[in-house]
Design a protein around this ligand. Structure first.
Ligand code: SF4
Ligand code: SF4
Ligand code: SF4
Length: 424
């Protein structure tokens, strides 16, 4: 197999095709700490794209409760088991060498274990492009199974006592994991398709399935480790999240010509989501662009981490991990950057506090932000560290350079005038 460079795992890896990179890459950051599990995102997607016959079980966007939930059921546990078997066979460990961390170029160090592509090379040479499996019908049947089910509950019947919930790790815990297709830089779905019906758009990196070329072999369904390619029995072809490409192209009549965030992102009442386009270098690394909010959160502040980077697809979805969940569980899910990310999020820098206000401040994609400094409004000591809050204002700019939002850190309090007190 050819070799490609995967910056998330800090090394070259095997992939069935030579690297081919878009000019800009569709990417997002989800702040897990703020999610309400309201599923507004799931319904925004469904009511836009998957409301027809044969799409009943298709949730291109889903929100599952970890550790027990999963759509399809146990998808990540199964992939991790396959990877584990491959490691045992190879006599290797799925370990990270964090001593080799190197700034924005190699932020998490080097993953020394096997990716799903390398595992497949070992397990089934010349046969499968990636380790994987095709979920059975019943595994798709309960998208929100185990919602709000906590791990570590020690109460017995009739006893309302639960193990204490204090940071840094709650003894009784769960969190919500919001998921859409990651429009990966090395998509396993694309790698596995024998019809070459899946392609990555050169302008924005969105991964699409050509509905005319697809013959419904479901190799993409088996190969996508995130299980975000789905088969539609009524048309006998596979479908997946389309990254709301008409909105990215500026085709939404709301703001003609201006790229808009996707439906699932723009509808989020928890304000946990921000989506954008990052500039790419010709070699597939991110071009330095620190005033792009996604670049800042991932590469500068390093509070947002890829989901299961060890799978090797270089997903373009990033997560601010939940502060309260066990660190070992989070490290397995988001890699070795977890402790630094939680640390930075718990006492955010002045710039990070401002950038966090941009989440859901506008439907337009923010290409650049600028901070206008304001006065100090609060100070505290958190975890033994002094922490100041400034009422800075952050201004977002769209693709055409025009201002699209302006938000301050201190939201302020609005008092309803006496004469309108009981009116809505
Ligand atoms: S809409 Fe936002 S807050 Fe609600 S479930 Fe989706 S990600 Fe969470
Ligand atoms: S998440 Fe899955 S379906 Fe989406 S691009 Fe990556 S491998 Fe393909
Ligand atoms: S980006 Fe668009 S198509 Fe993809 S999950 Fe979100 S709403 Fe659905």
């Amino acid at each position: 197999m050819p070799k490609v460079y995967n910056w998330q795992i800090g090394r070259e890896m095997s992939y069935p095709y030579e690297g081919a990179y878009p000019k800009t890459q569709w990417a997002f950051v989800f702040n897990i700490n703020r999610c309400l599990a309201c599923q507004t995102c799931s319904f925004a997607c469904k009511s836009t794209w998957t409301f027809s016959k044969g799409q009943e079980y298709m949730w291109w966007n889903n929100v599952e409760t970890k550790p027990y939930g999963g759509y399809p059921r146990s998808w990540d546990v199964k992939i991790l088991q396959f990877l584990d078997q491959a490691h045992q066979k190879a006599g290797k460990e799925a370990a990270w060498n964090t001593a080799s961390r190197n700034g924005a170029a190699k932020p998490y160090g080097t993953y020394e274990g096997l990716t799903i592509f390398e595992g497949a090379e070992l397990e089934s040479p010349q046969q499968e492009a990636a380790l994987g499996y095709e979920p059975a019908d019943d595994e798709w049947a309960a998208p929100n199974i185990y919602e709000d089910t906590a791990a570590g509950a020690v109460s017995s019947k009739g006893d309302t006592f639960m193990a204490p919930a204090t940071l840094p790790e709650h003894k009784t815990w769960f969190f919500y994991l919001q998921r859409v297709c990651n429009h990966c830089s090395y998509p396993a779905c694309l790698a596995a398709c024998p019809r070459q019906a899946i392609y990555k758009r050169p302008e924005d990196g969105i991964v699409l399935i050509d509905q005319e070329r697809c013959r419904g072999y479901r190799k993409c369904v088996a190969a996508c480790p995130y299980k975000k390619s789905m088969y539609r029995p009524t048309t006998r072809v596979s479908e997946k999240c389309v990254g709301c490409y008409p909105r990215i192209e500026g085709k939404d009549p709301l703001f003609p010509g201006q790229p808009l965030e996707t439906r699932c992102m723009a509808s989020c009442p928890g304000k946990i989501r921000i989506q954008g386009l990052v500039k790419m270098n010709a070699d597939g690394t991110w071009a330095e662009d620190p005033s792009n909010p996604i670049y800042f959160l991932v590469k500068v502040a390093k509070v947002a981490l890829p989901l299961y980077p060890q799978f090797g697809t270089e997903p373009n979805g990033y997560y601010i991990p939940p502060r309260w969940a066990p660190r070992a569980y989070l490290r397995q899910m988001f890699g070795p950057g977890v402790d630094e990310a939680i640390d930075k999020y718990a006492t955010p820098s002045r710039e990070l506090q401002a950038v966090l206000q941009l989440f859901r401040a506008t439907q337009q994609i923010i290409f650049r932000y600028q901070i206008i400094e304001g006065p100090k409004v609060f100070e505290a000591t958190v975890g033994g560290r002094k922490w100041d809050i400034y009422n800075d204002t952050v201004v977002g700019f769209g693709k055409d350079g025009r201002e699209v939002c302006r938000v301050s850190v201190d939201e302020g309090v609005q008092v309803r005038p006496q004469k309108h007190q009981n009116s809505i």
